[in-house]
Ligand binder design. Structure first.
Ligand code: ADP
Ligand code: MG
Length: 339
């Protein structure tokens, strides 16, 4: 009997696995304008574009109910999906939510989860699915958004010499998670001690109740700016810069000392003997927007507010490097999960 080949998924990692299952897809419908490979798919029915993105959240992998309130979890499940719609320069309008629920949960628990989902951004909940589950709570959310012809921002439009722009700051959600995990361990060993979360409300908020960059998309629109490429930061800056570079067939230089990091993120990283820059580069769950703009828009960027220029696009042959404050060039590496 011949042996069936069984390749461990860890040989491919997350991105390798996605490439493998999607590589031979042939688009058969003219309404499918963009399939796999960006933050969301783009469907064309008439002059408006429909933008669709889905995310799966599994208990024990993506969230821990020991320290995650269900209301926050519902809100986060919705918002992380909207982030992918904004990353296309589109606006989320509808949401579908499918849940798998084990016997551990009560009706009131699910009420809490939905109160969070329904708080999010004035988007209509238009459907979903509900099932029993053997393994805790599973939430699958699909956001549907509206985009305009010629205004969508894909990952593949960056050109050499352009500015690489970033909203907000990075690494805070990751450090918030490290704090929650640390306190969970302390708490598990001794129920007489209280978790030490004081003074870290900002990083905790970034982890437990993230926001998507609706405000940036609004201001880009008001100022008549369409990014040449855009992606949201769910897996860490390094990974997202590499996605844009790969799809745009360009290189990049990112200046380490220009990456915005909040003071609380620095403080906690120091306290925990960790590196804040590593949290910013590889942490993930920031849900900030990374985008490119022509150099000519440099002055106009000020009108947008709260945006930093962290680097520039290079020719593909120049590679993708992080520039340390002393001028050292460090190659950027992707993360993504591995089993
Ligand atoms: P994001 O971080 O923006 O959510 P991902 O890295 O999860 O993006 O996915 C990259 C691309 O691959 C997206 O276009 C997504 O729709 C697609 N994709 C991810 N997983 C699958 C899958 N199992 N089958 C088909 N397409 C997938
Ligand atoms: Mg994304």
């Amino acid at each position: 009997m011949s042996e069936t080949k069984r390749t461990p998924i860890s040989d491919l990692g997350e991105f390798g696995l996605i490439d493998r299952v999607t590589k031979d897809i042939k688009i058969e419908n003219t309404s499918t304008e963009k399939g796999v490979g960006d933050d969301a798919a783009v469907l064309a029915y008439g002059s408006k574009k429909t933008v669709v993105s889905t995310d799966l959240l599994l208990e024990g992998i993506h969230f821990d109910l020991v320290y995650t309130p269900l209301k926050h979890l519902g809100y986060k499940a919705a918002v992380v999906n909207f982030s992918d719609i904004y990353a296309m320069n589109a606006e989320p309008k509808q949401l579908l939510v499918a849940i798998g629920v084990s016997g551990r949960f009560s009706v009131e628990d699910i009420d809490e989860l939905y109160s969070g989902i329904r708080m999010a951004y004035g988007v209509d909940l238009v459907g979903g699915d509900t099932s029993a589950s053997m393994t805790g709570l599973t939430i699958s959310a699909t956001a549907i958004g509206e985009g305009e012809e010629g205004k969508l921002a894909y990952r593949n439009g960056a050109k050499p010499k352009e500015l690489i722009c970033l909203t907000g700051n990075l690494g805070a959600a990751y450090m918030g998670l490290q704090l929650l995990e640390r306190e969970k361990k302390v708490f598990a060993g001794n129920d007489k001690v209280q978790p030490m979360l004081d003074g870290y409300s900002y990083v905790l908020g970034r982890q437990l109740k993230p926001e998507a960059r609706k405000d940036t998309i609004k201001r880009l629109k008001e100022n008549g700016i369409v990014p040449t490429s855009m992606i949201d930061i769910s897996d860490g800056l390094s990974s997202e810069v590499l996605h844009i570079c790969k799809q745009s067939k360009v290189g990049a230089r990112i200046y380490l000392n220009r990456i915005p990091i909040a003071s609380e993120t620095f403080k906690l990283a120091e306290e925990m003997n960790m590196d804040a820059a590593t949290a910013a580069l590889n942490g993930g769950e920031d849900y900030e927007l990374l985008f490119t703009l022509p150099l000519s828009l440099h002055d106009k960027l000020k009108d947008l507010g709260g945006i930093d220029i962290i680097g520039h696009v290079e020719e593909e042959s120049k590679g993708v490097y992080l520039i340390a404050p002393d001028g050292e060039e460090i190659p950027l590496r992707a993360q993504g999960w591995r089993l």
